[in-house]
Design a protein around this ligand. Sequence first.
Ligand code: GLN
Length: 483
Amino acid sequence: MNINELKAWEIAEGLRNKDFSCEEITKKYIDRIKEVDKDINAYITVTEQAALENAKKVDEKFNNREEVSDIAGVPISIKDNISVKNIKMTCASKMLENYISPYDAALVEKIKANDGIILGKVNLDEFAMGQSTKTSYFGITKNPLDLTRVSGGSSGGSAASVSSGEACISIGTDTGGSVRQPSGFCGVVGVKPTYGSISRYGVASMANTFDQPGVVAKDVRDAITMLNVLEGKDNRDATSVGNPGLKYDFDYSKDLEENLKGIKFAIPSAFLDMDLDKDVKSEFGKAIKILKSNGAIVEAYDIDSLKYVIETYNILVNGEISSNMARFDSIRFGHRTKKDFDSIEDMYKKSRGEGFGNEVKRRIMIGTHILSLDFADEYYNKALEVRGLIKKNMDDLFKSYDFMICPTTPCLPLKIENEMSLTEIYQSDLFTIPANMIGSPSISLPMPIGENGLSVGIEFTGKRFKDRDLLKTALGFERSLQR
Ligand code: GLN
């Protein structure tokens, strides 16, 4: 038995049966990080001592036969834009290189209260802006399935840490696909629940009407277990709604393929015309065949407004980014220049100029431009209207279909040295963004390709608050792949 390959529910079983102790598991994970992370670079901060101390406390609870949560003793990594009290939170930026968070994010409070073992903070694109971790101040996270390729992003550290056995579960954030895209690239499961289901209190905002924390796990059952812990209303986040699905209580011993019978999937026709990588295309074809052979219905569906997703997303998100990034002024938060300055404005300029990387600067500038008085109507307000239109069209889709289905990304993870143009980079988020645009739950499920050891993500997106149905169907699909 390789402990680093166990699923969280297998760890829970093993702990209950005393097959191993929590301390043993935690040590195995720490050893694994020490062994492989110099090559992968998933972690920015490892909290070895705290993890081992907490593991001992969890062992005591098991020894005293106390009632414990399903994630008690499970090793977890946290994306480094989520606050963990007294631990550095860098957002992968020089701006916050030395920032120590004074409090726990709401979701971290829940993990701690449920005895999850936090192993440390993992890498991301700077302030979650990107899709490869190439924009991280701390260097790229490599893909554990093939070290010459990117892990994806922005939650590349989350996906890579789970894929490499350096964490059993990871928490990421998803603004335009950042949980699902790297999960697809690294061969693991990534879930973004309905907007508002997991509190954003203590999570650094990128674009707050899009941001939602999500879960990276080895299988759907583990993701569900974690969502059960994290979801719920929180008064400290005004957009928090909790989840009307309440606790998920699936029976995993049942014939889960049955869950696919009669389920209706729509493939947006606009996506069918796209240039897909040949492996992505063939795996997606296989996925559709599997779904159909289990009684699901898969059809093409015209939804014209999806053509405008990328432009709309970038206008709105950059607008929100420019105002969210304004708080990093080197007075309350952030890097302060060591150079001389002759006015407060000069100090802002020098500090922000040194503290932010190019991608963040680009987005602040575009966002500021489109929000300016002369352009707001032409760009920002128009984009808001298009967002409304996309939402309306997607609501119509969900009147006739249960889910939208597509590959998580049009391509395989790129070779690290491969430089794409900015338009190509932004374009590659086409399949993941719609869910954020409308606040829908969405999941990426891995289809292993075989020979080259890589994996293709298959994405299901459902109606807002229909997370339970989405997870149930995902369980069915996952089981049917195992046959
Ligand atoms: N890749 C997308 C972007 O760069 C999404 C990022 C995210 O979800 N945080 O905007």
